[in-house]
Structures are given as C-alpha cells and as structure tokens.
Ligand binder design. Structure first.
Ligand code: NAD
Ligand code: MG
Length: 395
C-alpha cells in the first residue's frame, strides 16, 4: 500500500486543474489536498473546497477571496482563504506538501512553480511557460533541491515514458538520435492562408482533438504551443534544438516518440485525454486508473504524419529562433505571445498579427544573459510593454 500524498494544485479551476481533481477523486486513499488555487473563480473554487476540504484556498483576486472566505464560513468549512502571489508560493513550498501540480496558465505560474522547486517538492509540470521563460534557473533549482520533475504536457510525458529510466541528461550517451515531438496541427492545419486573416477566437479555440484553456487553444492554432514545447523539451531533456523534430500527426494518438541510434523508435500512445499524463505524474513510478477509455486501434485505423509548414505557422519558426538565440529571447517570445494572444481573444488584432507582433518585439529588444530569475522577470516586463506599444500598428 503506497503512502498518502499531500498535494497542492496550482490553477485548480482550469482545464488541467479540473482533470487533476477528477483523477484525485478516483483515489481518495492515495491523495489528500493541501491547497487549491485560482485567479478569480471563487464559485468553482468553493465547490472544489467543499469536495476536497483543503487546508488552504488561494485566490489572486482579493474581492473574490473575500467572497470565498464568507461563503466557506457560512458553509461551516475549515478551509482558510489566502490571497496574493506570496500565498501561492507559500502553499507550494509548505513543509506538509509532497507534490505540486503546476497548472497555472502563462508567466503567472513562474514564481509559485519555482517556489516548489526551491523547496524540493515533487513537481507535476503543466505550466510550460515556466521552462520557456526560466529554463536554466528552474532546472538549476530542481537539481539543487533534489525535486522530482515530472512533465505533464502530453508530448513531454510521452518522451519521458519513452526515455531510458536512468536517463542522465545526455541524448548521445543514451543512444538517442532524435526527439520526435508530435503536433496535431490545430484547427487551421488545412485552412487556406487567405482565410486565416479572418478567423475568430471561437474558431481558434475549437481544437479538433483536445479540450483546453483558451490561451493554450490559441497557441495550438498558431502552433506557438509546439514552439513553446520545443523549448520545454530542450530544458527537460537537455536536447539541442537540432535534435528536436516536430512531426504533424493530426490524430493526436501518438503523443511523441524517441528515436535511438540502433533504429528503434519508442513512443507512447493513448486517447487524447490529459488525465493519462496527470495520473502518470501523480502515481509515478506506479500506475493508477485515470478514468480514460482504452485506446481502440481498430476504430482509429489510420495514423498520418506530415512535416510542419513553417511558412503557415510562423510562430513555430520564431520559437526555434528564440531557443537558438538563448538568454532572454524565449522570455521575450513568451511575453509577447501572451500579450498578442490576449489581444486576439479580445478581438483587438487579427490572428495573423500574432506572429508579426512577436517578431517585431523580438527585433526591438536586445537579448541578454540570464543569471537569475530577476533577469527573466525584467525581460518579461519589457517585452509586454513593447508589445503593447507596438500593438496599434497591428490592428
Ligand atoms: P486554464 O486557462 O484552463 O486554467 C488556468 C488556471 O490558472 C485557472 O485555474 C486560473 O484561475 C489560474 N490562473 C490564471 N491566471 C492566473 C494568475 N495570474 N495567477 C494565478 N492563477 C491564475 O489553462 P489550462 O488549459 O488548464 O492550462 C494550464 C497550463 O497547463 C498552461 O501552462 C498550459 O500551457 C498547460 N497545458 C495545458 C494542457 C491542456 O490540455 N489544457 C495541456 C498541456 C499543457
Ligand atoms: Mg502539449
């Protein structure tokens, strides 16, 4: 019988957060919730607190925190409500916590996820932006504290499962020639370029295979998501840009592959349901039921593969470029992308302006070396300000 794991879920009201709690609810003997956190969705957090009785609930928004606190008190709940970024760091690093699900979206996830790394927690990493922005700083913190880092992003989880168990951080000595990162190609894989200019946020968020939060859905449609994942793979597996190959695979059944020098290619397959990598991370190195339907290969019948179109998906090319430029370039890319995606979702700029705006910001700002998290936060702030300044010419 395995011991009880005490878990903090950062971003519990999001797509990954809800899937995490779905898996946790299937295994009440294994997991206890220490803290649940969200930006401002106090109604959903209230329901989650009533179901999972965490010690703490954190809301970034103060007014939402006050509402939650009042509602919990009148419901007779013992959950304490906290607010602010420092509270997010506190519930990630607390001594009672064994594992942290890092599922906040965007740069906002960096500080609390880093706090979990400094505190030596088992980290279930969904927040890829942490690695994109601060890969070197975060990986150093993980190594220094002895954190166990488990990738939850489905591709990286698949790569992790297809790597040697004793992988020491060097592809060559492990006999690995390439990481093959699969991509669905998103909803606009076959949309004529001339129509891409007019696509709406609703169309961009209607992903053919995955149901996800709005930001990552737009990233999938632009393929920036795959670009961020190339950078994520670089840091997780110490893989140079040239050894990470993106493969468009529209069915999203093969979640990624690892190619070895002897000709073997190992892969992980499954239905496109994030509860599989989440359950893998939660139970590692054991396996538990995730509530996911078994894969029916006869029903799938066909698996297709095509090379990515870097002209159509400029964001993917920009991400490779930022990875090669290193230093603060990926932080600038990420911040400009967050501003551009928010503006697109707000109908301020057209879809095709997303890569153009990011490119303009990358051209404007000098790339600097990263020695501490402050360098990353400065680059992030500068890139946001520059993106907002340049935005009017992209309307
Ligand atoms: P989502 O938008 O559905 O949920 C985001 C969560 O973060 C919510 O709980 C929200 O309240 C919280 N949040 C948002 N802004 C915040 C802030 N400023 N401070 C504190 N909390 C904040 O997002 P999602 O789709 O669940 O994605 C979460 C992360 O996981 C992202 O980094 C995404 O790239 C990654 N990811 C998601 C999927 C997926 O299938 N959804 C797959 C792979 C990786
Ligand atoms: Mg992914």
């Amino acid at each position: 019988m395995s011991k009880l794991t005490t878990l903090t879920v950062l971003g519990s009201t999001g797509s990954i957060g809800k899937s995490t709690l779905d898996v946790v609810a299937r295994h009440p003997d294994r997991y206890r919730i220490y803290a649940l956190t969200a930006n401002q969705q106090d109604g959903m957090l209230l329901e989650q607190c009533q179901q999972f009785a965490p010690k703490f609930a954190v809301l970034l928004d103060e007014a939402a925190a006050e509402r939650l606190s009042a509602n919990l008190r009148s419901a007779g709940s013992a959950t304490q409500v906290l607010t602010g970024v420092a509270a997010l760091e506190q519930v990630s690093a607390a001594a009672e916590v064994d594992a942290v699900m890092a599922a906040i979206v965007g740069a906002a996830g960096l500080r609390p996820t880093l706090a979990a790394a400094h505190a030596g927690k088992k980290i279930l990493l969904a927040n890829k932006e942490t690695l994109v922005m601060a890969g070197a700083v975060f990986m150093d913190a993980v190594r220094a504290s002895g954190s166990v880092l488990l990738p939850i992003d489905s591709e990286h989880n698949a790569i992790f499962q297809s790597m040697p168990h004793n992988y020491g951080g060097d592809l060559t000595t492990s006999g690995i020639s390439k990481i093959l990162l699969t991509a669905s190609g998103g909803p606009f894989r076959n949309t004529p370029l001339s129509e891409l200019h007019h696509v709406t946020p609703e169309q961009a968020c209607a992903h053919p295979n995955w149901s996800m939060g709005r930001k990552i859905s737009v990233d999938s449609a632009s393929m920036m998501n795959k670009g961020l994942e190339v950078i994520e793979a670089h840091w997780l597996f110490n893989a140079p840009a040239d050894s990470i190959q993106v493969v468009v695979h529209p069915q999203s059944v093969i979640h990624s592959l690892v190619q070895y020098v002897d000709g073997s290619v190992l892969a992980q397959l499954g239905n496109p349901d994030m509860r599989t990598p989440i359950a893998y991370g939660l139970a590692y190195p054991e396996r538990i039921d995730a509530g996911v339907a078994p894969l029916d290969l006869f029903k799938i019948a066909q698996l297709n593969f095509v090379a990515p179109d870097f002209e159509r998906f400029r964001c993917l090319a920009l991400a490779y470029q930022a990875l090669r430029a290193a230093g603060t370039a990926p932080s600038i890319l990420n911040a400009a992308n967050e501003v551009a995606v928010a503006a697109f979702l707000d109908r301020q700029i057209p879809f095709l302006a997303i890569p153009r705006l990011i490119e303009a910001v990358l051209e404007r700002l000098p790339v600097k070396a990263v020695t501490a998290v402050e360098d990353v936060l400065t680059a992030d702030a500068d890139a946001r300000a520059t993106a907002l300044e340049l935005m009017p010419s992209f309307h």
